[in-house]
Design a protein around this ligand. Structure first.
Ligand code: ADE
Length: 617
């Protein structure tokens, strides 16, 4: 990584711009300004596709494949033996701290493998620092012990065969979950269900317990159902075309394309959020990575340009890699050197010379700091006009160019004032890279206030807990939890407000949701009613004591999922009663008394674990 040396971007040709022939300083500035003006004024998505013309895509593919072969993460589903390469999180965090802010990244100058190793050790260091501040709880110690054990197991793993089923499982697990978290789950899963047939034969409970802790439980249900379909309809053979794969439950275009290209070598692109980021930076797309036009539509056409590359001159097919290698390289690059905090000027980044983002940053920096003030004002009037143009590029957000432009300017101004060691041109390049893609529109999380009843008793003298299985659809589908009821949620509030006359201005930020403290009597009444229904549905248990619950603490337990936050007020009651090991139903939900060992077999979610450990403290 060379943030303190001159960025090589300034001397490399601008991709897709064959007019860059001048070598004089003035000539370079003129062509850089010309390129900037073309970006601001473009009004058709073909502008972006042109950066991936066959010659340019060929170079990009060769660079990607070379990088991937030398540096790819060692992972069990890729047929590697342990130990495995894990985190990319530290990379992004440390990269951002160097970007023009004067601090050197710890991993500066290292390749990706040593980064993975160092991120693990730097995590350990952070833990030591924090543990000296606050004494570690025994559950933290237990967790660490478990982590050490898991890591030892991972060291000793033998290489496994790469199979379409193994790739399918890994891709489903990797959706919304980091690689390092997935590795032990994938290994345990493949040990218990080594084939599609084994998975199809497993019970719902077995599947749930193997998924517990990974979140987004619908994925597990679909995977299970999908395995049954493959066994019943396809003789247990995972289909080898995108079209056929997409007929299987839980397999959408992304997973189908990943399985087809990685396991069967089918020539199709794979586009996820990380790939969208790489594409935005490679071709100057001023949009956010979840924009449907990019993620679901034209992003695929752009990535296909790299997949469709044919050998030129004496190039061997081998040097262009397989579609699986190219797709994984793009995804992996987007998770590492081209993560949100990637600089775009790192010497280890294989696409460093190809990013339009860094070139735009340099052009904007040069225009803003030109001796001739009319240059900046001309650029800014073009930017202003770009937001008013009616005919827009389909790939860019309507105000995307202006957003990216002003974010670049703001970032470089701030970095120039705090970092005198880095060359201005490098700061410009990094600012350009950091500002593409643009940030997504802000969306506030849904908030729910939940009253939770933790009722404990005994089965054969062992402590047990009254639990309910969640419905088979929706959040945490099919998972066991303590009886609970939602007493307030922000979407109801939002609906009421929508009916009112104070409509929000388009594009204005959503106001932060204030979570109210619901009257304790209201919470208790709601639980009384739920528990009364539960025990009426079972003829074996009395409800006498159940209403004498005590509130656990004076504050709620907050558990945050990706898109919803649960504020849980917990009430506890231990009944001195021997209860029965049985399951009964309340409407469409199962209810029963579960011991901790029973919980371990069905698997409980991290939210439930949080409540349980609070009660046990
Ligand atoms: N992220 C999700 N799937 C991936 C894959 N197959 N390779 C690299 N990163 C990924």
């Amino acid at each position: 990584m060379s943030t303190t040396t001159s960025s090589s971007s300034s001397s490399s040709p601008i991709p897709g711009d064959d007019t860059t022939t001048s070598t004089t300083e003035n000539g370079k500035l003129t062509s850089s300004l010309d390129m900037l003006e073309k970006w601001i004024e473009h009004d058709d998505h073909s502008y972006h596709l042109n950066f991936l013309n066959p010659a340019q895509s060929n170079k990009i593919r060769v660079a990607l494949v070379e990088w991937y072969r030398a540096n790819r993460r060692k992972l069990p589903w890729r047929g590697d033996a342990g130990p495995y390469d894990g985190s990319t999180a530290g990379y992004a965090a440390s990269a951002s701290s160097s970007n023009g802010k004067g601090k050197k990244r710890k991993d500066e100058g290292k390749d990706i493998r040593s980064f993975f190793a160092s991120s693990a050790s730097s995590k350990k260091k952070t833990k030591t620092v924090s543990s000296s501040k606050s004494s570690k709880s025994s559950s933290d110690k237990q967790k660490n012990k478990k982590t050490v054990e898991v890591n030892q197991q991972l060291q000793n793993q033998e290489a496994r065969e790469v199979t379409a089923y193994g790739i399918w499982v890994s891709e489903i697990m990797l959706q919304q979950t980091r690689v390092e978290a997935v590795i032990p789950y994938w290994l345990k899963w493949m040990n218990s269900f080594p084939t599609v047939q084994d998975l199809a034969n497993a019970t719902d409970e077995e599947v749930n317990s193997h998924w517990a802790g990974l979140g987004f439980y619908r994925r597990a249900r679909y995977l299970h159902q999908g395995a049954k379909t493959v066994v019943n309809d396809e003789n247990g053979v995972v289909p080898n075309t995108v079209e056929e794969l997409m007929k299987v439950e839980g397999i959408g275009r992304y997973t189908a394309s990943a399985v087809a290209s990685i396991a069967y070598g089918v020539e199709v692109p794979v586009v996820d959020g990380n790939v969208c980021r790489v594409l935005s930076r490679l071709t100057g797309i001023a949009n956010h990575i979840k924009a449907p036009v990019l993620k679901d539509d034209l992003g695929w056409a752009l990535a296909k340009k790299i997949i469709d590359v044919k050998p030129i001159d004496k190039q061997t097919k081998e040097s262009l890699g397989t579609p699986g290698e190219v797709n994984q390289a793009l995804m992996e690059l987007g998770a590492t050197y081209c993560a949100p905090a990637g600089s775009g000027v790192d010497d280890n980044d294989p696409l460093k010379d190809f990013y339009v983002s860094t070139k735009l940053g340099i052009a904007i920096g040069n225009a803003a700091h030109s001796d001739d003030p009319s240059v900046r004002s001309r650029v800014e009037s073009l930017v202003a006009a770009s937001t008013e143009r009616s005919k827009q590029c389909k790939l860019c957000d309507s105000g995307g160019v202006a957003t990216a432009y002003y974010n670049m300017l703001e970032r470089m101004t701030s970095d120039l004032s705090t970092n005198s060691k880095t060359k201005p041109e490098t700061i410009y390049a990094i600012s350009g890279h950091a500002s593409l893609p643009i940030p997504p529109p802000k969306k506030s999380k849904r908030e729910e206030v939940i009253a939770v009843a933790v009722i404990s008793a005994q089965i054969d003298k062992e402590q047990c807990w009254l639990m309910m299985k969640r419905p088979s659809e929706g959040l945490l589908a099919g998972q066991w939890e303590f009886p609970s009821t939602c007493v307030w949620n922000s979407s109801e509030k939002a609906k009421k407000e929508k009916k009112g006359k104070d409509k929000k201005k388009a594009g204005s930020k959503p106001a932060a949701v204030q979570v109210p403290i619901i009257d304790p009597d209201v919470r208790s009444d709601a639980l009384d009613s739920l528990l009364s229904d539960i025990f009426q549905a079972s003829d074996k248990h009395s409800t006498d004591d159940i209403n004498k619950r005590v509130q656990l603490k004076n504050e709620p337990i907050v558990h945050i999922f990706s898109h919803v936050s649960h504020t849980m007020w917990v009430e506890h009651k231990h009944v001195d009663e021997e209860v029965h090991n049985e399951i009964w139903r309340l409407n469409d939900r199962e209810v029963g008394w579960l011991t901790e060992s029973m919980m371990a077999t069905v698997g409980i979610t991290s939210g439930v674990r949080k409540v349980l450990s609070a009660v046990q403290k």
